[in-house]
Design a protein around this ligand. Sequence first.
Ligand SMILES: [Zn+2]
Length: 345
Amino acid sequence: MQLPREVIVGNHVLDKIGEISKGLGFTKSALIIAGAKTNTVAGKKVRRILENEGIRVETCLVETAKLKDVEAVEAQIRITKPQIVFGVGGGTKIDVAKCSSARSQIPFISVPTTASHDGIASPLSSIQGFDKPYSVMAQSPLAIIADTKIIIRAPWKLAVSGCEDVIAKFTAVKDWQLARDEKDEYYGGYASSLALMSAKHVMMNANLMRKKNEEGLRVLLEALISCGVSMSIAGSSRPCSGSEHMFSHALEVVRPNCALHGERCGVGTIMMAYLHGANWKRMREVFRRVGAPTTARELGLSKRDIVKALSLACSIRPERYTILNKLSLNREGYEHLARVTGVID
Ligand SMILES: [Zn+2]
């Protein structure tokens, strides 16, 4: 079980990054992975602080999370031999930093600039170009430094997406329990309780999220980080990714780059909660309260896209047994599901 050693969430915590690095023993060299934008938002500051501590720092800018980006960073690691890699950004930069550092067998520190999904703290990374359309094991961040002063400046829509990714754990855990009961799959009670607690915590604080302030962001970040830790404990994404994530991955296949990860998962969660016989209406109500999309139209998708993705979802990851495998609905069944939950009209 690999867990983060330092988790620091709060206002202006980025200022402590030099201290933290030195405390962890990284006193000589570092590599920062950022995007052009996230480098301006936080990367340059991280570099300045580390250099002031006498640490030699290189920066590698990436824009996508493709295999070629991972390989480019690995080449850079071979040349500059850093002690530690910092991933500064939202999804893609952290994914590239996590994957390339893991493959190079050096640790990585996560410095999120958005709170849009649980990848900021998970041991998995999502890279295009591997043969699977979902996240693969890489390594857990050694430290997570989430500065709410920086993250609050990102569009709020990203935080809403993060809320949906956390609430999605309700159906992910239900799917895991189903696999335990029907397929005798290994089930980690502690990991699933942690993921579930995060989902409940965000749901309970939905009104706080509406205020779009740092307090709400803090609740969300703690929940996202707990979800990441639950995956480290489970040794897989099982507690955090079930049929609702399969639907999201299938949507990406049907309509590449449509909507945000959390937004797709959120709509999936409503439908999968219905299939599980759970209180899907309450979930939809919470999503609406935080300002998240709950329909195909709000996602910018057609009825056809939704039904196609539902039909494709259970073949995305055949080894991961979920409610979709159990029920094995046909096209009409999926259309009915989307209609009855108000996703399509
Ligand atoms: Zn997710």
